[in-house]
Design a protein around this ligand. Structure first.
Ligand code: CA
Length: 235
C-alpha cells in the first residue's frame, strides 16, 4: 500500500480548513489541521508533515513568524495560502523560504497541483546551479537539454544566449514554482549581484521571442507580476 503524504493545514477559519482537509483526504493525502500558530509549531515538530499549507493571518501570531521559525531548522515544503494578494507579501513570503504562494480564493485543482510540485521538489535532489543537471525537461513542445545546454521548441534549437539559457534552465529545474526576481538574480549572478530586474526583463523578453508562439500570451514561462517567473509544469 502506498504511504500517504501528510499535509498540515494551518488555518484558523474552520470552514476553509475543513474544506481543504476534505479535498486532500479525497485525493490520497492525510490531512492534519492546526488553528493557531502555537498548534502549528507543535504539529510541525511532532508530526513532520510532508507539506505545510500556511495561512498568514492567524489569531496568535503571524504566519511569517512560523515560516521563519520552520526555515531555521527544516526544509519541509511550505505553501502559503493567504488572502493577502499584494506583490510585496508574496515576495516577502517566497524570499523567507516559502516554496509557493496561493491567493484565496483558489481552485482545488490549483491547490493540488501546487502540493504535488512542492512534494516533487523535496523528492528530487536539491537543485543547485553549481551542479550541472543532466537529462531533459519536457513540457509540450519545449525541451531543455541539460547535457547539450540547448533549448528546443518543436524540435528546433531556440538559439538562446548563455544568460538566456541559464535563466530558462533555472526555471526548468524549479518548474511549477514561482521564483522571485531576487532569487533568480542571486542564482544566476551570485549572492553579491545587484538586484536589477531590468536586466531580467530584457532577457525574458528575448527568451519569449525565441520560445513562445505569442510572447504576449506565454504558454511556457509565466510572469507573476511584481514577484517573479514560473515555468509550466513538465509533461
Ligand atoms: Ca486566517
Amino acid at each position: 500500500m502506498k504511504i500517504r503524504d501528510r499535509v498540515l493545514i494551518v488555518e484558523d477559519e474552520q470552514s476553509i480548513s475543513s474544506f481543504i482537509a476534505a479535498v486532500l483526504e479525497a485525493n490520497g493525502y492525510d490531512a492534519l489541521t492546526a488553528r493557531t500558530g502555537s498548534e502549528a509549531v507543535s504539529a510541525i515538530t511532532s508530526h513532520c508533515p510532508d507539506v505545510i499549507l500556511l495561512d498568514l493571518g492567524l489569531p496568535d501570531m503571524d504566519g511569517m513568524g512560523i515560516l521563519k521559525f520552520v526555515r531555521e531548522w527544516s526544509t519541509c515544503p511550505i505553501v502559503v495560502v493567504s488572502a493577502r494578494e499584494h506583490e510585496r507579501d508574496k515576495v516577502e513570503a517566497l524570499d523567507a523560504g516559502a516554496d509557493d504562494y496561493i491567493v484565496k480564493p483558489f481552485g482545488t485543482s490549483e491547490l493540488l497541483a501546487r502540493i504535488r510540485t512542492a512534494i516533487r521538489h523535496t523528492r528530487t535532489p536539491l537543485p543547485n546551479s553549481d551542479i550541472a543537471q543532466s537529462g531533459q525537461f519536457r513540457a509540450k513542445g519545449l525541451v531543455i537539454d541539460y547535457d547539450k545546454h540547448q533549448v528546443l521548441v518543436d524540435g528546433e534549437n531556440a538559439r538562446l544566449t548563455q544568460n538566456e539559457y541559464k535563466l530558462v534552465s533555472l526555471l526548468g529545474k524549479h518548474a511549477g514554482r514561482v521564483l522571485t526576481y531576487d532569487f533568480i538574480i542571486r542564482q544566476l549572478w551570485g549572492p553579491g549581484a545587484k538586484s536589477d530586474n531590468q536586466i531580467l526583463r530584457v532577457n525574458m523578453a528575448n527568451i519569449r521571442r525565441k520560445i513562445e508562439k505569442n510572447p504576449a500570451q506565454p504558454e511556457y514561462i509565466f510572469t507573476e507580476i511584481g514577484v517573479g517567473y514560473r515555468m509550466v509544469d513538465p509533461d
